[in-house]
Ligand binder design. Structure first.
Ligand SMILES: *[C@@H]1O[C@H](CO)[C@@H](O)[C@H](O)[C@H]1NC(C)=O
Ligand SMILES: *[C@@H]1O[C@H](CO)[C@@H](O)[C@H](O)[C@H]1NC(C)=O
Ligand SMILES: *[C@@H]1O[C@H](CO)[C@@H](O)[C@H](O)[C@H]1NC(C)=O
Ligand SMILES: *[C@@H]1O[C@H](CO)[C@@H](O)[C@H](O)[C@H]1NC(C)=O
Ligand SMILES: *[C@@H]1O[C@H](CO)[C@@H](O)[C@H](O)[C@H]1NC(C)=O
Length: 346
């Protein structure tokens, strides 16, 4: 009798425990977590308890996520999809996950991500995309991702990361970037400048090690001087320039020393796009400018003088015509007094 009761009770308990919990998963009702990890699953189990807060799907063989893949668990806060075979995510895959805070997508085969994918995750705090094959991230997210504090893209194939994208994560405190194919050219200057401010303000990062070009391979992006990003490297040290200038002077004996020093400094730099102009031509050009300016000035001054004389004469004649001798003498006196000053600059 007692044994039968016990059996009945345990059957009821078992039924209750498994009710609403998908096959191959373990449901922990106290923490509202569902653990379906390491079960060889190829897709998301369809009958997840709607109150689930934590869903562990790591170490399975899920290949893709359809749109609204998690619509049955809208309260989800933590989602672990680490170590699956995900290569494709529908842009609306995470739609409806208004409360998701932690998303782990590490160890998959993702190639790129769209900004639309993340618009549906307003509360996200930690996004881990490490160990995928991502070569392309969106340039920006459009609207800021207010609550994101951890962003990890280690072990991917990224060459660039746009400053706009990072700027749309105003609260990020931990940024993991190592082991990508960082191409340390002008496109990465924005990232470098952003990182400098980020670290200065207390942010943490594992750093950016350049993969290309060959000159910077293995170098830390933050330790490469800013000059790298300018079209021309800085001029060589003065000793080098003066020795070179000496050589050059013997070839073209007549060329003045000082200007030549400077133009050689620019010529020296190999692969520099700025073409130095020969100084003598510059001198000739300057001389021509002075002459032309002088001539134009002279003509203008002459014209002003003529106008002044004409004006004075006209005034004198008009005054005479009106028959006011006293006014005439005083005005002509003024005009005569002015004239020498006016003509001085000419
Ligand atoms: C990934 O998952 C597979 C099973 O799908 C497992 O055998 C393997 O050990 C897991 N790898 C890691 C790094 O956990
Ligand atoms: C996700 O799964 C991985 C692999 O099992 C584990 O190391 C990690 O701690 C999990 N992360 C979360 C947030 O559950
Ligand atoms: C994601 O899972 C990996 C293991 O696969 C773990 O090392 C990492 O810490 C997890 N990331 C987060 C944000 O929990
Ligand atoms: C960020 O998190 C806080 C606290 O959980 C929440 O009130 C706020 O709405 C979140 N921000 C966004 C944009 O959802
Ligand atoms: C992803 O990258 C790994 C090495 O990082 C490589 O072995 C694998 O073939 C790549 N997969 C795809 C689909 O590109």
């Amino acid at each position: 009798m007692e044994g039968e009761l016990l059996l009945l009770l345990s059957v009821i308990f078992l039924l209750q425990g498994t009710c609403g919990c998908p096959e191959k998963c373990f449901c922990h009702s106290s923490s509202n977590s569902v653990d379906c990890s390491h079960q060889g699953l190829a897709e998301i189990p369809p009958d997840l308890p709607p109150e689930t807060l934590t869903l562990l799907l790591q170490d399975n063989q899920i290949r893709q996520l359809p749109a609204l893949a998690f619509r049955t668990v809208p309260r989800l806060k933590t989602l672990n999809l680490s170590n699956n075979s995900l290569s494709e995510l529908a842009p609306e895959a995470f739609h409806g996950l208004q409360h998701l805070q932690v998303l782990n997508l590490t160890h998959n085969s993702l190639l790129s991500l769209e900004s639309r994918l993340f618009h549906s995750l307003p509360q996200l705090r930690e996004l881990d995309l490490s160990s995928n094959n991502i070569s392309h991230l969106p340039k920006s997210l459009g609207e800021p991702w207010e609550n994101l504090t951890v962003f990890a893209v280690q072990q991917n194939q990224l060459q660039h990361l746009s400053r706009e994208l990072l700027e749309s994560m105003p609260r990020v405190r931990l940024l993991l970037l190592q082991n990508n194919l960082w191409k340390c050219n002008r496109h990465l200057l924005g990232l470098k400048l952003w990182l400098e401010t980020f670290i200065y303000e207390g942010g943490r990062t594992d750093g950016v090690i350049c993969e290309s070009p060959d000159t910077w391979k293995g170098k830390d992006l933050l330790k490469i001087p800013h000059e790298l990003y300018q079209p021309c490297p800085p001029p060589p040290p003065p000793e080098l320039v003066s020795s070179q200038a000496g050589q050059h002077e013997s070839e073209h004996g007549k060329v003045p020393k000082l200007p030549e020093d400077h133009s050689l400094g620019q010529q020296q730099v190999s692969g520099c796009e700025v073409k130095p102009k020969p100084r003598p031509a510059n001198l000739r050009h300057a001389m021509a400018t002075v002459v032309i300016t002088g001539v134009v000035c002279g003509i203008v001054c002459l014209m002003m003088l003529v106008a002044a004389i004409y004006g004075c004469t006209y005034a004198a004649i008009t005054a005479q015509g009106h028959g006011r001798p006293s006014a005439q003498t005083s005005e002509s006196g003024k005009a005569e007094g002015k004239e020498p000053f006016d003509s001085l600059p000419a």
